[in-house]
Every structure is written in structure tokens, then in C-alpha cells.
Design a protein around this ligand. Structure first.
Ligand code: GLA
Length: 342
């Protein structure tokens, strides 16, 4: 039997920049997904999970929206590396909440790939190789046209460190979290809705903006370029992406200078831009972000794609308990997912 695990993630800043070749600054949460699997002598995949319905399928069955599609995808992705398409018994145990913006599917996919590499005795894969494979599973087997942030941070980051990732080159640097500060991750209680269709729409809007601006991707666009065009919807999306990349660079500076106040300000600006220019927030997320700020957080924003799920807040370690209890008191449907410390 082979066992592997992978953590979920929160994104400190750099939202909706990854599929624009941009910059991101995510970090792992302690919640994780564990996969145990054993090779069978037939071609059946039999899976149990504490989060999803158990299922049984043949390896050559078509995809049908069941979580076992991730397993079929992983088997296929490993073929060029010597993997075999074969039957498996799989047990998944996870406390990464699905549909909450904390990368439950990247955690599942990376844990599955790691377990299969061990079970099929394949050569070790690098983190970028694993991440790109996991992204192809999302694109080709699940139908989500996501960027590379989730898979890269889940495959390559270390607990307690922020990962400055360039999504164009896949170069990354792990940076320590601010001492005496914590990142609190709270579920708004509002389940993510419409995410796939609106996500794909934002992707198309960004591509259209890049075409109009005459650049390959919005990574190469500047605020000055926007001034020549009417501020229509696609230019609002571009404004978010361009300003968010600048905020990631400024946030990295804050980590280096250990400047928590300015970092909090950037996190607030990120949320405001996601709400008004990128339009991926909703009233439940805005309310919780507002309560966290009022309760003493240095900054708060939604994390992940938006449209529901989790928010994060940067807090002084000494004020974490007060911030959480005040925010949850005002938003009784919300609940704590994790507190990330250095
Ligand atoms: C989802 C996607 C990521 C990224 C974020 C938004 O989590 O999977 O690739 O685009 O949304 O930053």
C-alpha cells in the first residue's frame, strides 16, 4: 500500500493573476488530504472518501463528474513517466473543505499523484512536473480551466512559508511569514456558486483585454496603457490584474521589511479590487471581511476564486482569538478553518 498527503492553501495576495502569467503569494494551510492506495489485479477503481460518495468504476469508463475522474486523470497523466493504467483500491481522508477556495482539488490531485508514483515505483518527479500534471488533470479530465498557482503551492511549498511564485516562469521563492503575526482563514458559510462559469468568463475577459492592449498576456500590460481606452468591463478586469501584480511585489517587500501594517493595507486593497474591478466577491464575503477589519485584523480579503468560500485576515498573534471570536459572533454562519503562523 502507498500513502501520500498534500495540504490545502490560502492565497495571501495575487488573486486571478496566475492565468495571466502573473505573480502570486500563497501559503499552505494545515488542513490536508491523505490518500492510501493499493494496486488491484483487475481494472476496477474502488474509492472511499470521508467527503464524497464511495464509487466503483472500470479504468476505461468515460468521465462522469464523479471524484474518481481525478484518479483516472492521474493514471493517464503518469503514463509518459512509465505509469500503468490499472485497477486500484483507494481511501481518501481530508479536512480540506471542498468548494471553499482553499484548493481541495489540488490537494487531492497532488496526493493522488504522489501515492501513484510510490505504488507504481516510478522515478521521482519534480514539484513543477507534478504541478503541471495536476493542472492538466483539471483542464482535461475535470473541465476547470484553472491557472497553476494551486498546484504549484500544494506541490512545492513548506508549512509556515509564503511562496512568491512567478506563474510565467514557475520560478519561486519561499519566504518566512511575519514573526508575531498569523493568517486566519475563516469560511464565510456561503458555499461557492457559479464559480466555473464566471471563472471561465473572467479568463475570456482577460484574454480580450490583452488582445485590445496588444500584449501576449496581462502580465505585460501597464496602468498607463489602460488610459488610452474606455474603462469598459474588460479594462476593469485588466486594471485588477495589473494592480494585483504590483501589490504582490509590494507585499514581498513588506515581508522582507517585516512591515505588517503595510502588508495589511495591500491585502485590503486586493479585496476591494476583487470586489469592484474584478467582481468576484459577494455580500457574505464582504460582510465577513468588514467584520474582520473592524475586529482588529490588519487586512482581510477573500481567498481563491471568490463567489463564496473562505476569507483570510492578517492579525497580530496576540489578537487572533479576539479577532476570530468577534468576527464569528457578528457572522454566525462563518467558522474557523485554520490559523497559519510562522
Ligand atoms: C482558483 C484557481 C486558481 C486561481 C484562483 C484565483 O483557486 O484554481 O488557479 O486562479 O482561483 O486566484
Amino acid at each position: 500500500m502507498a500513502v501520500a498527503y498534500a495540504h490545502g492553501r490560502a492565497n495571501l495576495i495575487g488573486e486571478h493573476t496566475d492565468y495571466n502569467d502573473g505573480l502570486v503569494l500563497p501559503l499552505l494551510i494545515s488542513n490536508q488530504t491523505e490518500v492510501a492506495l493499493a494496486i488491484r489485479n483487475d481494472d476496477l477503481i474502488c474509492g472511499t472518501s470521508n467527503q464524497f460518495l464511495a464509487g466503483q468504476r472500470a479504468v476505461h469508463d468515460g468521465l462522469n463528474g464523479h471524484w474518481l475522474d481525478f484518479v483516472i486523470g492521474a493514471l493517464h497523466q503518469l503514463r509518459p513517466f512509465g505509469g500503468r493504467i490499472q485497477g486500484l483500491d483507494i481511501a481518501v481522508k481530508s479536512d480540506v473543505p471542498p468548494g471553499a477556495g482553499v484548493s481541495s482539488s489540488a490537494a487531492l490531485t497532488i496526493a493522488l499523484l504522489r501515492a501513484l508514483v510510490t505504488a507504481q515505483q516510478l522515478p521521482c518527479l519534480t514539484s513543477p512536473e507534478l504541478a503541471l500534471m495536476a493542472q492538466r488533470i483539471e483542464h482535461d479530465f475535470i473541465g476547470t480551466q484553472c491557472g497553476i498557482m494551486d498546484q504549484m503551492v500544494v506541490a512545492a511549498a513548506k508549512p509556515g512559508a509564503c511562496m512568491m511564485l512567478d506563474c510565467r516562469s514557475l520560478d519561486y521563492k519561499l519566504m518566512p511569514m511575519l514573526p508575531d503575526h498569523a493568517v486566519v482563514v475563516i469560511h464565510s458559510g456561503n458555499v461557492r456558486k457559479l464559480s466555473d462559469s464566471v471563472y471561465n468568463q473572467r479568463l475570456a475577459e482577460c484574454a480580450a483585454a490583452a488582445r485590445t492592449l496588444g500584449v501576449d498576456s496581462l502580465r505585460d500590460a501597464t496602468i498607463e496603457m489602460l488610459r488610452k481606452f474606455a474603462p469598459d468591463t474588460k479594462m476593469k478586469r485588466a486594471k485588477h490584474v495589473i494592480s494585483e501584480n504590483l501589490r504582490v511585489l509590494a507585499a514581498v517587500e513588506c515581508l522582507v521589511r517585516k512591515d505588517a501594517c503595510s502588508l495589511g493595507g495591500l491585502i485590503d486593497e486586493s479585496h476591494d479590487s476583487l470586489r469592484s474591478d474584478y467582481e468576484v466577491s459577494n455580500p457574505a464575503l464582504d460582510r465577513l471581511v468588514g467584520s474582520l477589519r473592524d475586529a482588529g485584523a490588519l487586512g482581510a480579503k477573500l481567498t481563491g476564486a471568490g463567489f463564496g468560500g473562505c476569507v483570510l485576515a492578517l492579525c497580530e498573534t496576540a489578537s487572533v482569538d479576539t479577532v476570530i471570536s468577534r468576527a464569528v459572533e457578528i457572522n454566525p454562519e462563518s467558522y474557523l478553518i485554520d490559523v497559519i503562523c510562522s
